[in-house]
Design a protein around this ligand. Structure first.
Ligand code: 5GP
Ligand code: ZN
Length: 114
């Protein structure tokens, strides 16, 4: 997707602070962090929102969730806890229409979310 911000980060056209890359995923620090750790896990392949996922994406989503746990653990937050969030469309505040899993940790997060 030529006009997609996260496709441009995946392609290296826009810089980001990468914390993980592999065949299917990249992970990088959010530019506007909402917690001491705020990482976005992004599939290399463009998928606009959770609504566009199909059963062929089940393994990809599993990799994203397990990578979130791994990154939280690497940052020392496995025991104390962390939050993972997929925002989908307007009411959830999705602003970048290429799916991404937020991983937030390092402070006590409130519930319910805003
Ligand atoms: P959403 O609101 O779509 O769930 O989350 C999009 C996230 O992308 C936001 O937390 C925002 O701060 C982050 N973001 C937007 N533009 C950039 C960018 O150019 N670089 C990085 N690293 N993060 C970005
Ligand atoms: Zn994209």
């Amino acid at each position: 997707m030529a006009d997609c911000l996260f496709c441009k980060i995946v392609g290296g056209d826009i810089p980001a602070t990468l914390v993980h890359t592999d065949e299917h995923l990249i992970a990088f620090k959010d530019i506007n962090p909402q917690a001491p750790m705020h990482v976005l896990i992004v599939p290399r392949r463009h998928v606009a929102s959770l609504n566009e996922l199909t059963d062929t994406d089940d393994a990809l989503v599993g990799e994203m969730v397990r990578r979130a746990a791994a990154i939280a653990g690497e940052n020392g937050y496995a025991g104390r806890g962390y939050r993972t969030v997929f925002n989908c469309n307007a009411d959830a505040g999705q602003t970048v229409f290429h799916i991404h899993l937020h991983v937030l940790g390092g402070r006590a997060l409130t519930w319910p979310p805003g």
